[in-house]
Design a protein around this ligand. Structure first.
Ligand SMILES: Cc1cc2nc3c(=O)[nH]c(=O)nc-3n(C[C@H](O)[C@H](O)[C@H](O)COP(=O)(O)OP(=O)(O)OC[C@H]3O[C@@H](n4cnc5c(N)ncnc54)[C@H](O)[C@@H]3O)c2cc1C
Length: 418
């Protein structure tokens, strides 16, 4: 007689790209998955990112170079980083941890940990994209990191040297070569071309496509805000919503920048905060062939199916302050310097967006199991890299949940590290 195995039931809180990839992987491995979000699937930070699979970004943001530039950056009203005055006091402990993370040993360990995730990132996406038939949303046209001004060539060469030991393919380009690749770009004197980098033409459609596939293979989605959590003595967890209590055998928290609010209910403390970022969508397509980032101004322009997306900036202002739309408009001022056709763009026609990057001071996510309840798991804090690292994080998470050996050591992503 065939013995029927009971499917293990798991609830995932958060239907951003991280929660969706985890839910899809778990469902495809035979779990009975309930995905919960207070909003529509993929509508959070996931919906408006720059679409850049940034596997070349292997250095934690806390580094000695950024420390030198920090005073100048903070004094520039159009600079890439700002702190809202009512948030200075709240972000101070995070900033102290950020400063401490610039120490050589921490930086080197962080580099290795980011490298491990990024090197495995695209291979982990492949089966997910294939099963959901979404390969057409990912383009393999490389990426340009552009430099401007008299120091452009020196800075580009320095960047090449920094990346040399890490086996990341790059090619140094002069202004003429840049224009052969991107005829509409101007004022870029040097650039690094990364031929192996991909981008998506629509990060929202990509995440939604993965979500739809999750539903099509039996996954369940419910729209609730989880307002409280209780861990029971049998290790099950009660999730409280406005209308009901949901009891779950296993729980995965993947609520992005809001994850700490849920952890507060379990008295678990982490320094998770948010680096708010903005985008401005220009209603013109085919201006670029690939994403181009501007090294000194620290923003990116990505060609998307619905137009051209200008994205970037970091704003420390927490989860409650209203968006400062000047941060999004400022992106157009910067882009006008580099893209010839943008001078004809009417600002009123541009769509503005703000998203909450979930960020730890050491630039690493948490991918871990709870110490006090082995049925509780965490996957959040992917800062500027959530699109890039979602599939590999899901792969690691599912291995951890299944008690399988993981591709590489997970201690750098431990929740105990703080
Ligand atoms: C301007 C900008 C550009 C970016 N560009 C890139 C890029 O090019 N490449 C890249 O790799 N990354 C990029 N990122 C980062 C990336 O977008 C994020 O790291 C990623 O979206 C985080 O995904 P997430 O699933 O963790 O969070 P989210 O997408 O925010 O999802 C979290 C979900 O949890 C839900 N939730 C929260 N609390 C609760 C609750 N109590 N109950 C129920 N549901 C809850 C929310 O509603 C939300 O849907 C960019 C970010 C920004 C802001």
């Amino acid at each position: 007689m065939v013995k029927l195995m009971r499917k293990k039931a798991i609830t995932v809180i958060g239907s951003g790209i991280i929660g969706i990839c985890c839910a899809l992987k778990l469902q495809s491995e035979g779990y009975k998955v309930l995905l919960i979000d207070k909003n529509e699937p993929a509508s959070g930070c996931t919906s408006g990112n720059a679409g850049h699979f940034a596997t070349e970004q292997i250095f934690p943001l806390a580094n000695k170079e950024i420390l030198k530039q920090l005073p100048k950056i903070l004094l520039n009203p159009k600079g890439p980083l700002t702190i809202k005055s009512n948030y200075i006091y709240k972000i101070a402990p995070w900033m102290i941890r950020f400063l401490l993370a610039t120490r050589d040993q921490t930086f080197q360990k962080g580099t290795q940990a980011l490298r491990n995730l990024n090197e495995a990132a695209m291979a982990a996406y492949e089966p997910l994209l294939k099963m959901a038939k979404l390969e057409n949303l990912v383009k393999n046209k490389g990426y340009l990191l552009a430099f401007e001004g008299a120091n452009a060539n020196r800075l580009a060469q320095k960047e090449t040297k920094t990346l040399e030991p890490y086996d990341i393919k790059t090619q140094l380009l002069n202004g003429h070569e840049i224009n052969e690749m991107e005829p509409l770009l101007k004022n870029c004197e040097a650039a690094l071309y990364f031929p192996e980098i991909s981008h998506t033409t629509d990060p929202y459609k990509l995440a939604l496509g993965l979500f739809n596939h999750f539903i099509s293979i039996g996954g369940i989605f419910e729209k609730h805000e989880i307002i409280d959590l209780h861990s029971n003595s049998d290790k099950s967890i009660d999730l409280l919503t406005q209308s009901k209590t949901i009891k779950t055998e296993y729980l995965l928290i993947a609520a992005g920048a809001f994850s700490q609010k849920l952890l507060d209910k379990l008295s678990i403390k982490t320094p998770l905060d948010t680096e708010r970022g903005y985008h401005l969508m220009v209603n013109q397509s085919n201006l670029l062939n690939r994403p181009v980032a501007f090294a000194q101004r620290k923003f990116i322009i990505t060609p998307m199916s619905e137009g051209t997306r200008l994205a970037g900036t970091v704003e420390f202002a927490g989860l409650e302050n209203q968006p400062n739309w000047r941060r999004a408009e400022m992106l157009l001022d910067h882009a006008l310097h580099f893209l010839k056709p943008l001078k004809n763009v009417d600002r009123q026609d541009c769509q503005k967006w703000m998203g909450f990057r979930p960020s730890f001071p050491d630039s690493l996510p948490v991918i871990d199991r709870c110490q006090n309840n082995e049925n509780l798991f965490f996957c959040f804090g992917h800062q500027h890299m959530g699109l890039t690292q979602a599939a590999i994080s899901a792969e690691l998470m599912v291995d951890l949940i299944n008690g399988r050996e993981t591709q590489f050591e997970l201690s750098p992503y431990s929740i105990q590290r703080f």
